[in-house]
Write a protein that binds this ligand. Sequence first.
Ligand SMILES: Cc1cc2nc3c(=O)[nH]c(=O)nc-3n(C[C@H](O)[C@H](O)[C@H](O)COP(=O)(O)OP(=O)(O)OC[C@H]3O[C@@H](n4cnc5c(N)ncnc54)[C@H](O)[C@@H]3O)c2cc1C
Length: 445
Amino acid sequence: MPRDRRRPRQPAGVQDDLRGRHDHHHGRRLVKNVVHIVGSGPAGLSAARTALDAGARICLIDDNHAPGGQIWRGGPARWTDARARSAWNTLRGHPGCTVMQDAQVIGCMDSRTLLVETGGRGAAVPFERLVLCSGSRELSLPFPGWTLPGVTGAGGLQALIKGGMPVSGRRVVVAGTGPLLLAAASTALRAGAHVTAIVEHQPWSRLSAFGLGLLSRHGKKFLQAASLFAELRGIPYVTGATLVAATGEDTVRGVVVRTGGKDVEYACDFLAAGFGLVPNTDLARALRCDVVDGAIQVDDAQRTSRTDVWAAGECTGIGGVDKAVAEGRIAALAALGRPPSGRDLPLRRASHAFAALLARTFAPDESLRTMCGPETIVCRCEDVTRARLLPHRDWREAKLATRVGMGPCQGKTCGAACAFLFGWSHEDARTPIMPATARALSDFE
Ligand SMILES: Cc1cc2nc3c(=O)[nH]c(=O)nc-3n(C[C@H](O)[C@H](O)[C@H](O)COP(=O)(O)OP(=O)(O)OC[C@H]3O[C@@H](n4cnc5c(N)ncnc54)[C@H](O)[C@@H]3O)c2cc1C
């Protein structure tokens, strides 16, 4: 019998690690009063908890094995943040809660149905109200040697260590720009690594102004930064420095850094290089939500340009965990037609002020473009160098001519790098927004 394309196939292999109800199995009629949430980081958990507290049912979908997103990576057993634990206590065992972990939303079938790959199979998940909490990605900028084994992003190394990669006794250099460098260095240090240097692109004057900005308006964050600095005491903190090259043959052996007109080489077994974060807007673009300046555009109620889709957390702009938690709550209430609570608005305002301070201090400046020479690989999936990209006018033309962004990562790394290097904007994301198995895709036919 031919399958009705509009009618979702039964999700196969859905992992429901909480006892919940898969109402979407039974079609659109039963998705009423269910808030679907993509992403179980701080924003998604906050939205889920708020919606459940308000009496709604939720379906929380995330592609990681355990909830928590980036900052709370590792799952409930490892959480120390009281907000994470208390959100999980509400979700766990709640009859109105369905959690789909290890489930990637790979796009949409129509404007109201998500396509989810889980356990190698495809599932169609209709929604009535959707909250996007898809977080951010690290901005990796190309420099000579950045594709050597052992070179990762700053958050990337952190995630590998949190996932169990041993670094004890290994030499680590953390480089690039932004507060994530300190967090990554701290994670490496605690895991027993020998952190040989932290290399920050911003000059000391700008970092001092950032510190003063924290002190005057964000006391708690100032204390967090001070305690990180105390923990990292003794590690060379090189400021106003630019990466020249990662060195080594088969694997990284060192990194050359230019500071004060001189080149200095630091030996290392791992180089963690990150240049900040960029909002993850793939799914929003596939759903035709407006994206402005690289972030999902939302109004004061976190509503996107679509009336049935809200967004919260780093996908609406980089600002850290407090912003994610406050926006998650506001988005969930708005999705249920309720106003934000009195305490959420000041929290969001403060978190937006912090976001603006972050952007003023750490936005990558144009001089970082010089790290990428003509022969430096920009698209590592398809081995496309800067020289091959230069003749092209935009992302689309370059893609057609060079295959940039057409490898397994589908431009998730080089797309942001090209936006920075050449000012190219992305075209709309198309389903599937990430690589999916043929078997899962055939489930949707
Ligand atoms: C690599 C990295 C490391 C970081 N480390 C720190 C740190 O140590 N300290 C700190 O203060 N901040 C850190 N941050 C910043 C951090 O992202 C925020 O502070 C906070 O986690 C943002 O919460 P969020 O809920 O908006 O997004 P996230 O925590 O990123 O959560 C988003 C979730 O959505 C999931 N998701 C996205 N798209 C899909 C999809 N299509 N289908 C299914 N699931 C999807 C993601 O896998 C993720 O689990 C890091 C960011 C990155 C990118």
